[in-house]
Design a protein around this ligand. Sequence first.
Ligand code: GDP
Length: 521
Amino acid sequence: EFGEDEGDEGDLAIRPPVVTVMGHVDHGKTKLLDALRNANVVDKEAGGITQHIGAYQVTAEVDGDERRITFIDTPGHEAFTAMRARGAQATDIAILVVAADDGVMPQTVEALNHAKAAGVPIVVAVNKIDKPEADPTKVRGQLTEYGLVPEEYGGDSMFVDVSAKSELNLDKLLEAVILTADASLDLRANPHQDAQGLVVEAHLDRGRGPVATVLVQRGTLRVGDSIVAGAGYGRVRAMLDEHGDNITEADPSRPAMVLGLTAVPGAGQTFIVVEDDRMARQIAEKRESRERAAMQAKRRVRRTLEDFMASMEKGASQELNLILKGDVSGSVEALEDALSQIDVGDEVSIRVIDRGVGAITETNVDLAAASDAIIIGFNVRPQGKATEMAEKEGVEIRYYSVIYQAIEEIEAALKGMLKPEFEESTLGQAEIRAIFRSSKIGNIAGCMVTSGVIRRNAKVRVLRDSAVVADNLDLASLKREKDDASEVREGFECGLVLRNFQDIREGDIIEAFEMKEIPRS
Ligand code: GDP
């Protein structure tokens, strides 16, 4: 089964952390990735040109040990989120790049939220410190407000001042990544099993056919292995590393460009090694149809508050993820504050994974899709393709303009999760043939039961020309001939009086129904 390390505890070996670089546009993500790649130039063979294959490994010296780190070579959080939306988590640690001359900007906060939502530790690279106007202290202060407190201030986040341009302190940044990994993650995998992992990037090469950069997560991938990657399969014909050199095997956390697949897989899809080509083909075909069905199902199924209620199993604790967007920061704060006051017991908790001022953006929808969150819009509307995307991804957006209304609805939904659910079932219908007016007991409807049964204690609604004119009513009385009846069946006449509704007419249909409790699965 995918995702399991096989073998004994003793088979597990330390694997390098996999790092994604995120941050605001122009803060130096690309430059930093380039600088780190070049700084490691000593390791590659003379004359070789470093290639962009989607990921690369560097070595760092920490406490006298040579340690490896894998970088996903696509800056920004789009790739990160796209992978998470597929349910894949490639990243162990995020480097948050913040330009010291610009400080924390909207995409800095977005990146931070994406990493937090994924539960990925963050190392902050305070970049561009070569610039005279750089103010690294200010960056520390700003990020502290977002819960990233530097170690030197007593927090547990590592901040490193760097210059991607002058290649300053890059070694310190790598060291911080290793120290963070060692302190908070248990990065081990069994190299002695068939390989499994993720596709980081793939394309169709004119000369070489489908080419996929994969990241091995467990086991060791070897030339000659039969693999399935997304809808593609085949025997690994050759593997190249980030220097364009041929390699024969790749161990956990090692990126490798794989040749020999029949089709181009998607980023974030998994690959596995299987027994032989025939098996590979069978699995690939099954996977493709299953993936297609799953994607369609995901789009059809909206994750609504009600779905969340339904998914809630008794006794299991559940988190409701919310993204708050408001017109002004005051309203967002007030909303978040009010939400934190909601007391729904231990079984349910509300987690605000992102908040912000302004329209609901595609990035908001992206994060919601990846984190199964609901977006709350307070006096704001979606922007650009956000609505379209939300429809496609099945993300629910709720709009409010009054805080207490938002709170009431969310509270009611959360509390509702703990109560039984009811389902309506129709009992029968009767047609009003005559009306007898009585000032004492109300208007009496002389009816013919045309289908099913009308019960004295059932709920009823009144239909006129197929429209509902009154709903969820009780009967004040039900008579068959002159006698009170507990029920009257199809084909019989009856007289009935509705409680709190007297505006009945000849030809109206009285529909009786009952609410049945449906057991939770
Ligand atoms: P990205 O959008 O985050 O990928 O940013 P880039 O890596 O493209 O960098 C944006 C601009 O900032 C480019 O002009 C870089 O040359 C410049 N830049 C990046 N890092 C540094 C740095 O450490 N110092 C200075 N002075 N400029 C930098």
